[in-house]
Ligand binder design. Structure first.
Ligand code: PLP
Length: 358
């Protein structure tokens, strides 16, 4: 099949670029002795999880237990649910999963941890726990210092679950240009305090795509969980962690209406997601064929593109490739993605864990 045979809108993945992105991160992790546990939220595909494992990932990270149920099919030796698991249905899923692979959960309270340990004990399985620390994002996580120490001490008392280390997500740091010294100091002090009290973390799990290439400069961190790096997107470009040439995912769209200085493409918020970039200007993607065009507004199924005088003339039926702002959310809106090599479609992949939100 050819790209020109595909109906639109459609997510295209440049297979060679994706492979390079996977290889580069795996080589980097190997070079610095970092364990790579990629977050699969970006692609939600069992096949792509397998490819991550094949080039060197030690395991996978997920946010949801239903995502974990899908991803266990990849044959991963290790699954981290990097999200507080709360509620009976989710605990049941966890204990079933723990019969099939090693399962770890990050927790930021004993209220979350106790039922996990109890469910594991009753099911006769083992579940590992990481104590989640707030590194500055102020989302989940206890404060480093005494709060973290108290949580770790509490986790070590639990029967049925094993405390193995700490986790954090530096989502407040949007790129290499941000000063990482605060994170370095906080993390070193937190780990030193745990050690002084006899709690030696085997795993210190952090990392993100914007900070991917700085990971080796963060002392104590020995595991990274990048997600977006497999495809990259406009946000990754803005963070400085990649160039436009490293963006493997584009959304193919068709021009369906043209007027002076503007046009409409056949996708809106249900195709691209409404996520903005971290830049001040509100735009929803970059047109590869017309980088100066402004994709500035969306309805559900309409994308509004303003065309400056220097943009090429577009006609109804023309196709454009759009680099999305936030590829992870866009992929979750599509049933499948197409791997491509030039004009050739090399594979059609189902977005297996699409909509797995529970
Ligand atoms: C807890 C956690 N870990 C890892 C990631 C991966 O981050 P990125 O997509 O920037 O690589 C995310 C992303 O949202 C996350 O929430």
């Amino acid at each position: 099949m050819r790209v020109s045979d595909l109906d639109t809108p459609a997510i295209l993945i440049d297979e060679e670029r994706m492979k390079l992105n996977l290889r580069r991160a795996a080589d980097y992790a190997r070079q610095y002795g970092l364990r790579l546990r990629p977050h699969v939220k970006t692609h939600k595909s069992v096949e792509l999880a397998r490819r991550q494992l094949a080039v060197g990932a030690a395991g996978l990270s997920v946010a949801k237990t239903t995502e974990a149920e899908v991803m266990v099919e990849s044959g991963t030796p290790d699954l981290l649910v990097i999200y507080p698991v709360v509620g009976r249905a989710k605990l049941e899923r966890l204990t079933h999963l723990a019969r099939r692979t090693r399962v770890t959960v990050s927790v930021d309270s004993l209220e979350v941890a106790r039922p996990i340990a109890e469910a594991a004990r009753q099911a006769g399985v083992e579940i590992d726990l990481l104590a989640e620390m707030d590194a500055g994002l102020h989302r989940v996580g206890v404060q480093p210092g005494d709060e973290l120490l108290a949580l770790v001490a509490g986790l070590q008392q639990l029967k049925g679950a094993h405390w193995r280390g700490i986790a954090f997500y530096p989502g407040h740091l949007r790129g290499a240009a941000d000063n990482l010294d605060g994170l370095r100091i906080v993390l070193s002090a937190a780990v030193a305090q745990l050690r002084r009290h006899g709690h030696v973390p085997e795993i210190v799990s952090g990392g993100s795509t914007p900070l991917l290439w700085q990971s080796h400069t963060i002392p104590e961190m020995n595991e990274i969980r990048p997600g977006t790096y497999i495809f990259n997107d406009r946000n990754t470009v803005l963070s400085g962690a990649c160039t436009r040439a490293d963006c493997a995912a584009t959304i193919l769209a068709t021009v369906v209406s043209v007027a002076a200085g503007r046009m409409i493409i056949d996708g809106g918020s249900k195709t691209f997601s409404s996520d903005r970039t971290s830049a001040a200007e509100v735009t929803f993607g970059e047109l590869v064929e017309a980088p100066t065009a402004r994709f500035h507004k969306m309805n559900e199924e309409h994308g509004y593109v303003e065309l400056p005088a220097d943009a090429p003339p577009f006609r109804v039926g023309d196709r454009v490739h759009v680099i999305p702002n936030h590829v992870c959310v866009a992929v979750n809106l599509h049933e499948r993605v197409y791997l491509v090599r030039g004009d050739e479609v090399t594979a059609t992949l189902t977005v297996d864990a699409r909509g797995k939100l529970q």
